[in-house]
Design a protein around this ligand. Structure first.
Ligand code: ADP
Length: 228
C-alpha cells in the first residue's frame, strides 16, 4: 500500500531530511513513526501525500509511483490519503458541522448525502452533540476530534496524523489514540508521527524509529527506548 525504496530528501537549501530510507506499510496496519523533533517524520508524511517530491528513490502509494503522477491526479490521491495535524487546522469562523462538511462539498456531494455522512462521522468521534458549536467553544481533545472527523469523512484508505497529541493533555492524548485505533479497526491504515514515547510504548503497535533522517529500527509491537 505504501512502499519507500532508498528514499532521500534534500531540501532546496541543502538540508538533508531523509537518507536512503526504506519501508513497506500494508493495508490495515497501524504504524508509529517516532523520534525527536527534526528527524524527518513530517517529511515522510508530506512525501506520502505528494506535497513534496523525493530527491532520490521510489515511493509507491496505493499503486501510484508518486514521481510519475501528473499534477491533476494529486487531489484524487489526497482524498485517499487524509491527514490530521497537531494544530488541527480548523476554520474558526465555521461550525464543527461546517468544518467536517467542507471536504464533501468540495467533492461535489449532494446535501442529503453530506448531512448523513457528517452526522455519522461526528457520532463516530463522539461529537454528535457539538455540530453547531464553533471551534472556540471546544477543548483541545474535541478540536482534534473535529480534525479527525474532517479527515475521515471522505472514507480515506490511509489516515496520516502528524503529532496529533502534541497540544493535548495526557488523558485527551490517550483518548485520541484510542480513536485512531477504532478507525484502524474499521479498515483504515493509520500512520502516526509523534515524539510521545509514553503513548507509543502503551500502544504496542508497529514502531519505526528515526534518527537523523535514517530508520534505526522497525518492530512489530515495538517499544521506544529514549536512548536509541
Ligand atoms: P520532524 O517532523 O521529525 O520534526 P521534519 O521532517 O519536519 O522533522 O524535518 C526534518 C529536517 O528537515 C529538519 O532538519 C528540518 O529542519 C528540515 N526541513 C523540514 N522542512 C524543510 C524545508 N521546507 N526546507 C528546509 N529544511 C526543512
Amino acid at each position: 500500500m505504501i512502499v519507500f525504496k532508498q528514499v532521500s530528501k534534500v531540501f532546496p537549501d541543502g538540508t538533508s531530511a531523509l537518507e536512503k530510507i526504506g519501508f513497506q506499510i500494508n493495508e490495515g496496519e497501524f504504524v508509529f513513526f517516532i523520534g525527536p523533533s527534526g528527524v524527518g517524520k513530517s517529511t515522510i508524511m508530506r512525501l506520502i501525500r505528494r506535497e513534496i517530491l523525493a530527491t532520490e528513490g521510489t515511493i509507491m502509494v496505493l499503486k501510484n509511483n508518486l514521481a510519475e503522477m501528473e499534477t491533476k491526479e494529486i487531489p484524487q490521491l489526497r482524498r485517499h490519503v487524509a491527514m490530521c495535524f497537531q494544530d488541527f487546522k480548523l476554520l474558526y469562523d465555521k461550525t464543527v458541522y461546517e468544518n467536517v462538511a467542507l471536504s464533501l462539498e468540495v467533492k461535489g456531494e449532494g446535501e442529503p448525502e453530506i448531512e448523513k455522512r457528517v452526522a455519522e462521522t461526528l457520532k463516530s468521534v463522539g461529537l454528535e452533540k457539538k455540530g453547531n458549536f464553533f471551534p472556540i467553544q471546544l477543548s483541545g481533545g474535541e478540536l482534534q476530534r473535529v480534525g479527525i472527523a474532517r479527515a475521515i469523512v471522505g472514507k480515506p484508505n490511509i489516515l496520516l496524523a502528524d503529532e496529533p497529541t502534541g497540544n493535548l493533555d495526557p488523558d485527551s492524548a490517550w483518548e485520541i489514540l484510542k480513536l485512531f485505533k477504532e478507525i484502524n479497526l474499521a479498515n483504515t491504515t493509520v500512520i502516526v508521527a509523534t515524539h510521545n514515547v509514553d503513548i507509543v510504548n502503551k500502544f504496542k503497535e508497529r514502531v519505526i524509529v528515526l534518527k537523523e533522517g535514517k530508520i534505526v529500527s522497525d518492530e512489530k509491537k515495538g517499544k521506544y527506548e529514549k536512548s536509541t
